[in-house]
Design a protein around this ligand. Structure first.
Ligand SMILES: NC(=O)C1=CN([C@@H]2O[C@H](COP(=O)(O)OP(=O)(O)OC[C@H]3O[C@@H](n4cnc5c(N)ncnc54)[C@H](OP(=O)(O)O)[C@@H]3O)[C@@H](O)[C@H]2O)C=CC1
Ligand SMILES: N[C@@H](CC(=O)OP(=O)(O)O)C(=O)O
Length: 345
């Protein structure tokens, strides 16, 4: 028995990854696709400028894209995966939650709101119960659950392992982010070929806040954010997929690179269909991970780590994840699986 699900913003870069991820899913079945008014009424094949290197699943290609409006999404589709521009999500997602739908969303709106669960199922699954607080405060039958920004999700699993082992005082991170992170119309070829852009609007603040919420403690009513400083510097480079990050962590207790590698490798995964078997893969080769070689590790759902070294105040390492799989579509599907496991569907 599968659960019918919808994809809201189905024609975009993340929406296409959602289609690719959900079409073969063992527990979910794609039953609704929405996009903007300019796509509504067309078949998905006509509306989506498909750019993924595997064909559109036949049954999805033939489906009709509808308006992004709770009035036209069938009531018997309880779970929606949202990949809308954040300004649109801010307006539309509450309307879906109010109408009774569970919305597992990629978009950045509401991520740091106190009553909105921001979850990575391997890291902070217990935060999902913020749904109860959200429902009480907003009077919704449905709910909104968020996955983090793609750069944040890349560094948080190794940070969670370090926090558990020796505690974190300060994090400094510098990113090298792929062009797919900006969406299909985000960066032109004239801007990015033979170039690097040392600014991604809003990204640094997202990494600095979302990481602390994800690593925070939930007491049943609210999340107390991790008491640590996070400073980020974000850069766009001409890779297609896969965000690479250089991370420096000042730890609370003394440690060694060997102890940190052990903590990375021992960090548990979670028993959900889209979860990787090993969450953090550690390379000995100091030249890895690399975007082209390593972004698809475990179907793009693992975090790859390398270059673990001692610093004066703790440890430094490099980490990499597939930004539209682990960092977006896969992350929200994993949150959908968590909602199902925790009885919210
Ligand atoms: N790309 C990435 O790596 C990541 C992206 N995200 C977030 O996910 C969201 C989607 O990103 P991405 O897929 O790259 O964006 P795209 O611009 O590629 O796609 C946007 C989608 O939203 C639809 N849409 C646009 N405007 C409206 C509207 N007014 N009403 C209804 N639907 C609308 C588009 O439909 P149409 O085709 O008809 O215009 C399209 O389906 C964003 O919030 C982004 O920040 C999160 C993590 C990573
Ligand atoms: N800004 C990210 C992708 C993204 O859309 O992030 P967010 O979901 O936080 O808006 C990037 O450019 O790579």
């Amino acid at each position: 028995m599968t659960t019918p699900v919808g994809i809201v913003g189905a024609t975009g870069a993340v929406g296409q990854r959602l289609v690719q991820t959900l079409a073969p899913h063992p527990d979910f079945e794609i039953a609704a696709l929405t996009a903007s008014s300019s796509s509504a009424g067309q078949s998905y094949r006509e509306a989506a400028k498909w750019r993924i290197d595997s064909p559109i699943p036949d049954h999805v290609a033939a489906m009709t894209v509808s308006e992004t409006d709770p009035a036209v999404v069938p009531d018997d589709v309880p779970l929606l995966f949202s990949s809308l521009p954040s300004g649109v999500g801010e307006r539309v997602e509450p309307a879906f939650a109010e109408a009774g739908y569970l919305v597992s969303s990629n978009s950045s709106n509401f991520r740091t709101d106190p009553d909105v669960p921001l979850t990575i199922p391997e890291i902070n699954p217990e935060h999902i119960d913020l749904i109860e607080v959200q429902r009480e405060e907003r009077g919704w039958d449905g709910a909104i659950v968020k996955n983090p920004n793609c750069s944040t999700i890349t560094m948080v699993p190794p940070l969670a392992a370090i926090e558990e082992a020796v505690g974190i005082d300060r994090v400094d991170v510098s990113t090298l982010q792929a062009v797919s992170g900006a969406g299909y119309d985000g960066v032109t070829s004239m801007e990015i070929i033979d170039n690097a852009i040392p600014h991604i609007g809003g990204e640094e603040e997202k990494m600095e806040t979302e990481a602390r919420k994800l690593l925070g403690t939930f007491d049943g009513n609210s999340v107390e954010w991790l008491d640590a400083t996070v400073a980020a510097s974000c850069n766009r480079i001409p890779t297609l997929d896969g965000h690479l990050e250089n991370v420096f962590v000042d730890t609370r207790a003394d440690t060694t690179p060997e102890a940190i590698v052990e903590a990375f490798e021992a960090y548990p995964t979670v028993d959900l269909p889209s979860a990787p078997e090993q969450l953090i893969h550690v390379f000995d080769d100091p030249g890895r991970p690399q975007p082209r070689l390593d972004r698809n590790t475990e179907d793009g759902m693992a975090i790859s780590v390398g270059g673990v070294q001692a610093t004066a105040e703790g440890v430094q390492f490099n980490c990499l994840a597939h930004n539209t799989r682990r960092g977006a579509a896969g992350a929200s599907v994993l949150n959908g699986e968590l909602l199902a496991r925790e009885g919210y569907l």
